[in-house]
Design a protein around this ligand. Structure first.
Ligand code: CDP
Length: 219
């Protein structure tokens, strides 16, 4: 990792594995800024759909992104995504976004834009970043890597409890099989199966591991 980066805790895993709840609680306890990289991919997807750009036209998406800056607004220790001056938070879970986001995320140029944004964030804050390729590709040199998983049944139940319609199995397949930055377990990641654990139990396991790795944490 380049010297200038602040500390980064990477939390990767498939859809509805519990990443967001765990990352938010960790952010509260450690004071690190929380970033959901999936929200950035969702914001890009929402933006291009709204501009009536074909979500399968990588070249056109790349061109449009050149004039649509992606920034962040810090709110309650969370960096919320802003695209072309608009906060799309209310639309990130729209059905059309759920359906198209994995396709849009497969384009290397789109991934490059998101990685650059995350690197920029890491020059100014200690971060907890959740996603699919954070430990494997975006911040490969951070020692603080976690892969959070749960059984497919539990993940489906969690998503249903959130009241969201989301073909998570389909998205997981697309995310795991794409050629660029697929969802993989980084070789030095600590893997946690959250199927039978509460959020607090997962957070405790992560904090114990971070202490083992030498991250200074007041207990
Ligand atoms: O919340 P959920 O786990 O359903 O997904 P998300 O984190 O909001 O991510 C939405 C989609 O963005 C994923 O299915 C991936 O296609 C893409 N994504 C990615 O490719 N790389 C990341 N680091 C994060 C998300």
């Amino acid at each position: 990792m380049q010297e200038q980066f602040y500390r980064v805790i990477a939390i990767d895993g498939p859809a509805a594995s519990g990443k967001s709840s765990v990352a938010r609680e960790l952010s509260r306890q450690l004071g690190f800024v929380y970033v959901n990289s999936g929200a950035i991919y969702r914001a890009i997807t929402w933006y291009i759909l709204q501009k009536r750009i074909d979500p399968e036209d990588g070249e056109c998406i790349t061109e449009v992104l050149k004039s649509a800056p992606i920034t962040g607004a810090l709110q309650d220790n969370e960096l919320r995504v802003v695209i072309d001056g608009v906060d799309p938070a209310d639309h990130l879970r729209d059905d059309c976004v759920n359906e198209k986001v994995a396709g849009v995320s497969q384009f290397p140029e789109v991934r490059q834009v998101v990685a650059e944004k995350l690197h920029k964030d890491a020059y100014s804050h200690n971060l907890i970043v959740e996603g699919r390729d954070i430990g494997s590709v975006v911040f490969p040199d951070t020692p603080y890597k976690f892969y959070v998983d749960a059984s497919p049944q539990v993940r489906l139940q969690r998503r249903a409890a959130q009241g969201w319609r989301d073909e998570i199995a389909q998205r997981d397949r697309a995310d795991s099989s794409r050629p660029v930055s697929p969802l993989v377990i980084a070789k030095d990641a600590c893997v946690i199966d959250t199927s039978l654990l509460t959020i607090d139990e997962v957070v405790s396991q992560i904090i114990a591991r971070l202490k083992q790795l030498g991250l200074p944490i007041a207990s």
